[in-house]
Design a protein around this ligand. Sequence first.
Ligand code: AMP
Length: 285
Amino acid sequence: MEIAEKISQVRETVKKWKKEGLTVGLVPTMGYLHEGHASLVECADRMCDRVVVSVFVNPTQFAPGEDLETYPRDFERDCALLENCGCDLVFHPEVSEMYEEDAATYVEILSDMPKQLCGKTRPIHFRGVCTVVAKLFNIVEPDKAFFGQKDAQQLAIIRRMVRDMSYGIEIIGCPIVREKDGLAKSSRNTYLNEEERRAALILSQTVFLGEKLVREGERDADRLLSAMKAKLETEPLARIDYVSAVDAVTMAPVAQIKGSVLVAMAVYIGKTRLIDNFIAEVQPL
Ligand code: AMP
């Protein structure tokens, strides 16, 4: 497995692969990797000849006061995990390699899409995500790129960016990987103390409740969301940021659960903000 810190090195290696007729998959990450990331890399390994994983805590997607400085990092451990799941090249740039000091160009979706859900409390977040992912696309020029359904709004936004900017890249969404007890795996779970870790289970329990209600025939979004909020409120350590039902493609709020609906939540457990979601697929009879 090759490790590159420079954009030029990535370009050279990918150029060599493409000359040999090999296909390339990209998995963008912020590191501190877990089985959720590994599932993306394994999927990329199955679908592409060569896999590039970027490990980069992207400053432009963090607002002042968020956890940019404290975001967990352990590059050696990341490399050990990546060796075992089919990664061929790790791109691990310094911030200065990715952003010139006077960088002033952003990729931003100007519709309401990035303003919904997480965008309400994180207004510059998706501009930073789109900008860094666009840069990674330009650097790696992959055939396919892999993103987790865990960050459902991010996945939808990347799909829109790829469409709007005519990137010739296929976007593959991969299912949420959970701990045995249901908690969605996340690098931020390391922020939780023992009591908070137990309390965090309320997110997945609420997702499972929502899925059950839809399975049982609930089609009214307000009633569904009220039941989910009531469940979240049973946990004293949980503070709801949002629980919403939106169109899975456009992120516009829906009143009825029909077609493909994303039911998503962000909840603070202590100081840690966690997200979880499910997609309700309800086809008309
Ligand atoms: P991050 O390092 O948190 O930016 O995540 C990098 C990629 O891994 C994103 O596409 C995430 O959606 C995905 N990811 C993170 N956690 C999980 C998980 N538990 N299951 C599936 N994908 C995940």
